[in-house]
Design a protein around this ligand. Structure first.
Ligand code: ADP
Ligand code: MG
Length: 278
């Protein structure tokens, strides 16, 4: 029996939690704090992300959205609070461990990779894992195994390329891609790790409207396959139209959380974030 079950069974009947039955929680952040010198970038943020849902994380510039992402995925170690993924406490995890658990954030294609082709870029994340087993390639039986894994890896790469409809740029150098194509590649790379949940920080920045729609279609398709998404995006309309749940951050903590309709009518949100424009 979990702690919460014990607690609720001790409550009198009329005090039973009136909240409607929630779907499974994929990610939960509780009392997260991150300071940089005198700045408290994240100041006690708490929220939950439902499994298989698309959740939007919004808030004005400097609200602490990116820092929250970095604390979740191990780029930063939080000063306080806990992060749970699929029920497991992953607070202060290392980024590579995070990927092993199936929680992945997209990141920009680094400058060193601009000279590599799209195909090579996609081979890289998984190849790093294979590379660790390099010693095995000196053993005859193990070498067969490594070759088999490499074949499977290449198959996976082509699957992902086809999914994003970017097979035609497989041999193109990453540095020659358009802004939008680069965004597709970034997401394709994340998928190579075979995650269960993706954190996207402004995935549509610098993407033209046509490609933005395409990218959104891909995200919806993946969502239907069961992937969970948490998306930071400044375009309110886009978030309201595409997300089932929205979390609003303001000055490092969560100001409001709920269905899009409840967010747009929330007085505090209108005042603090939208400046009364809605
Ligand atoms: P958002 O993504 O919501 O725009 P950030 O998480 O990037 O906000 O930033 C929140 C606050 O923390 C800002 O005041 C920002 O200047 C500060 N901050 C973020 N990262 C760092 C850092 N590495 N060092 C110092 N201050 C930082
Ligand atoms: Mg940011």
């Amino acid at each position: 029996m979990s702690d919460t079950e014990i607690e609720s069974s001790e409550l009198p009947d009329d005090a039973v939690d009136p909240e409607p039955q929630r779907n499974d929680v994929e990610l939960s952040v509780d009392g997260l704090v991150k300071r940089f010198g005198g700045i408290t970038a994240v100041d006690g943020a708490s929220f939950e992300v439902e499994s298989g849902a698309m959740t939007g994380l919004i808030g004005p510039n400097g609200a602490g959205k990116s820092t929250t992402f970095h604390c979740i995925t191990g780029i930063h170690r939080p000063d306080a609070g806990t992060v749970r993924f699929q029920g497991r406490d992953i607070t202060g995890i290392r980024p590579y461990e995070c990927a092993d658990y199936g929680l992945v954030r997209t990141f920009q294609i680094a400058r060193e990779m601009a000279n590599m082709t799209v195909l090579e870029n996609l081979m890289l994340p998984a190849q790093n894992q294979l590379g660790e087993q390099l010693w095995r390639s000196v053993l005859p039986f193990a070498r067969q195994e490594v070759e088999r894994e490499e074949r499977e890896l290449l198959e996976r790469v082509w699957e992902v390329l086809e999914f994003f409809e970017i097979e035609h740029i497989a041999e193109e150098k990453a540095g020659n891609l358009s802004g939008g194509q680069r965004k597709l590649l970034e997401m394709a790379r994340a998928l190579m790790i075979e995650p269960e949940m993706l954190l996207l920080d402004e995935p549509f920045a610098g993407v033209n409207p046509t490609l933005e729609h395409k990218l959104l279609d891909h995200i919806h398709e993946l969502r239907e396959e069961g992937y969970t998404f948490l998306i930071v995006e400044h375009d309110m309309d886009l978030i309201m139209e595409n997300c089932e749940r929205v979390i609003v951050m303001h000055q490092g903590s969560v100001l409001a959380e709920g269905a899009p309709e409840t967010i747009t009518s929330n007085e505090q949100v209108i005042e603090a974030y939208l400046g009364g424009e809605v």
